[in-house]
Design a protein around this ligand. Structure first.
Ligand code: F6R
Length: 243
């Protein structure tokens, strides 16, 4: 695991965008694994800026998002389908047919998860998987206690994740209780992994991910065993790490 120190959120975003940009430049038909949440927003904004300047071309790129709430229509403003279109896909020249997000509008959990696993496998798995990290060490929606050997599955969200995600909904009761998520196994199949973290509320999770035992209680800790995992975190998120 390689740890890169960033001064602040903007610096973290630029450094991570540089790695994604290099990936797409070197391999124009890259498969990117993508995340939603607040942390990657600055990365997407930076990539859009470079695309608009003519420095990046996404026409051959395909993407697979980590997760989606179960039970939300694709055009629901809270859905990750909508998030990705609004914050990234609609603003670059990616072919919408090459963008994949688990189908939260379909309640057939087994069917959705099996189909998603097949399409990620058919694409050859991500060349680069972007990840945020939850305050409880979750990656995707793999919550503490997650089984490391799973592909995509349907998960019951923990109260802490429901509470953390409620900031984006009108009321906490509106946050869906279940989601489809790529499992840890699928995430580990990516050829390289890029974890981004910002802010002091992530400091315990970052420390457990990097220095704690590899333990399902901190799902991100499995990344210590990935051959090519880079963590880019700002000073606040690294405040509990040795200097
Ligand atoms: C999002 C995802 C989540 C987030 C995590 C951190 O697709 O899979 O694991 O990466 O909850 O979220 P933020 O960045 O909002 O702190």
């Amino acid at each position: 695991m390689r740890i890169v120190r960033a001064h602040d959120y903007d610096d973290m975003s630029r450094k991570a965008a540089n790695i994604i940009s290099a990936q797409v430049t070197l391999k124009p038909d890259s498969v990117l694994g993508l995340a939603t949440g607040s942390t990657p927003l600055g990365i997407y904004a930076q990539l859009i800026e470079w695309y608009e300047k003519g420095d990046l071309d996404f026409s051959q790129v395909s993407t697979f998002n980590l997760d989606e709430y179960r039970g939300l229509a694709h055009d629901d403003p809270q859905s990750y389908h909508h998030f990705m279109r609004a914050n990234f896909f609609d603003r670059i020249n990616i072919d919408p047919a090459n963008t994949h997000v688990p189908d939260g509008s379909n309640l057939d959990a087994e069917g959705v998860c099996a189909a998603y696993d097949r399409s990620v496998a058919d694409a050859g798995y991500p060349d680069l998987q972007l990840l945020g990290i939850g305050r409880n060490g979750h990656v995707g929606f793999n919550e503490p206690g997650a089984v490391f050997s799973k592909g995509t599955y349907c998960v019951d969200l923990t109260p802490s994740t429901i509470e953390a995600n409620s900031r984006l909904f009108d009321r906490v009761e509106d946050v869906p209780r279940q989601a489809y998520t790529m499992g840890v196994q699928t995430i580990m199949f990516a050829r390289s992994v890029l974890v981004v973290a910002s802010g002091e509320e992530k400091a315990d999770a970052v420390r457990a991910m990097c220095l704690g035992p590899v333990d399902p209680q901190c799902p991100a800790s499995i990344l210590q065993l990935h051959a090519a995992c880079t963590v880019i975190a700002d000073e606040a998120a690294l405040c509990k790490m040795p200097a």
